[in-house]
Design a protein around this ligand. Structure first.
Ligand code: IPE
Ligand code: IPE
Ligand code: MG
Length: 247
C-alpha cells in the first residue's frame, strides 16, 4: 500500500512546520554552487504545498530565512532574497488558483524593499483564500518573536490595556506572530541536523519532531505522505499516561 493510502484522512495534522535544510550540501554533493541548491529547493516547496492542499492540511509553515542567516556571505543572502521575490511573483497566480493563502511571519519590515513588496502583494492578493495557509517564516527567529511579544505586552501594561495578573499562556500566545494559527502538530527538518535553530520555540511545546536524513531539494510528495503516516503512528500523550489515553 502506498504511503498516501495509509494516511488516515480524518486524523490529519492541522499544521505542519518545516525546517527546509540542506540545500547547500545537496548542491555541493553535485559539485554545484550553493545557490543552485536553493533554486532546486523551490521545487520541493511547490510539492509540499500541493500535497498539503490536496490532503486537506490547514497550515504549513516553512522556515525560509532565519534572522541568523544574515551572517552568510552577502552573495548568498542576495541570491536568496532575489529567489524569494522571483518565486513569489512566478507562483502567485498558481497559489491563488489553488485557493492557497500566503502569509509571512518574521521581521518582514526589515527585508529589502523588493522582497517586502512582492510578499505584501502576494499576501494581499490571496488574503481571502481558504484551502491552505502557506506561512513563510522569513527573517524569522523565535527569540525575536518572543522578545517582540514581551515588548508589546509591556507597552499594553504601561497603557493599562493589560494587567499582569491577566497574562496567561493563552494571552501570551496572542502576542505572537502565529496568533491566528494553531500550534504545529508535526515538525519536519531535513538534512540530518537534529536541532530547532531558533524556530517556533514556544509553539513547538508538544509538537512531534521528525528529523529526516535527506536534503531539502530531494523532498517530495511521497516523503511528506510518509512523514504523516509516521506521525499518525505516534502516541501523543500531552503529559498523561498511555493507559489514560486508551480509556
Ligand atoms: C537551507 O539550506 C536553506 C536556508 C537556510 C536558507 P542551507 O543553505 O542551510 O543548506 P546547508 O545546511 O548548508 O546544506
Ligand atoms: C535553519 O537552517 C534555517 C532555515 C532552514 C531557513 P540553518 O542551516 O540556517 O540552521 P543551522 O545554522 O544549521 O542551525
Ligand atoms: Mg543549513
Amino acid at each position: 500500500m502506498s504511503f498516501f493510502d495509509q494516511i488516515d484522512k480524518s486524523r490529519l495534522p492541522k499544521h505542519v512546520a518545516v525546517i527546509m535544510d540542506g540545500n547547500g550540501r545537496w548542491a555541493k554533493a553535485k559539485n554545484m554552487p550553493r545557490v543552485f541548491g536553493h533554486r532546486s529547493g523551490v521545487k520541493s516547496v511547490k510539492l509540499i504545498s500541493e500535497a498539503a492542499a490536496e490532503l486537506g492540511v490547514d497550515h504549513i509553515t516553512l522556515y525560509a530565512f532565519s534572522t541568523e542567516n544574515w551572517k552568510r556571505p552577502a552573495f548568498e543572502v542576495n541570491a536568496l532574497m532575489t529567489l524569494l521575490v522571483d518565486t513569489v511573483r512566478k507562483e502567485l497566480n498558481s497559489l491563488h488558483e489553488n485557493n492557497i493563502k500566503l502569509n509571512a511571519i518574521g521581521d518582514i519590515e526589515s527585508l529589502p524593499e523588493a522582497t517586502k513588496k512582492a510578499l505584501k502583494e502576494g499576501i494581499e492578493k490571496t488574503k481571502n483564500n481558504s484551502r491552505l495557509t502557506l506561512n513563510l517564516a522569513l527573517n524569522y527567529s523565535s527569540r525575536w518573536e518572543i522578545t517582540e511579544a514581551a515588548k508589546r505586552m509591556a507597552i499594553d501594561v504601561k497603557n493599562n490595556v493589560l494587567s499582569p495578573e491577566d497574562i496567561t499562556d493563552h494571552v501570551f500566545s496572542t502576542y505572537l506572530k502565529t496568533k491566528d494559527i494553531p500550534d504545529p502538530e508535526l515538525l519536519i527538518r531535513t538534512s540530518g541536523e537534529k536541532r530547532i535553530s531558533n524556530f517556533l520555540l514556544w509553539q513547538l511545546a508538544y509538537t512531534e519532531l521528525m528529523f529526516l536524513d535527506m536534503y531539502w531539494p530531494d523532498f517530495n510528495k511521497e516523503t511528506f505522505y510518509e512523514a504523516i503516516v509516521h506521525f499518525q503512528q505516534r502516541e501523543r500523550r500531552f503529559g498523561k499516561t498511555g493507559e489514560q489515553l486508551k480509556s
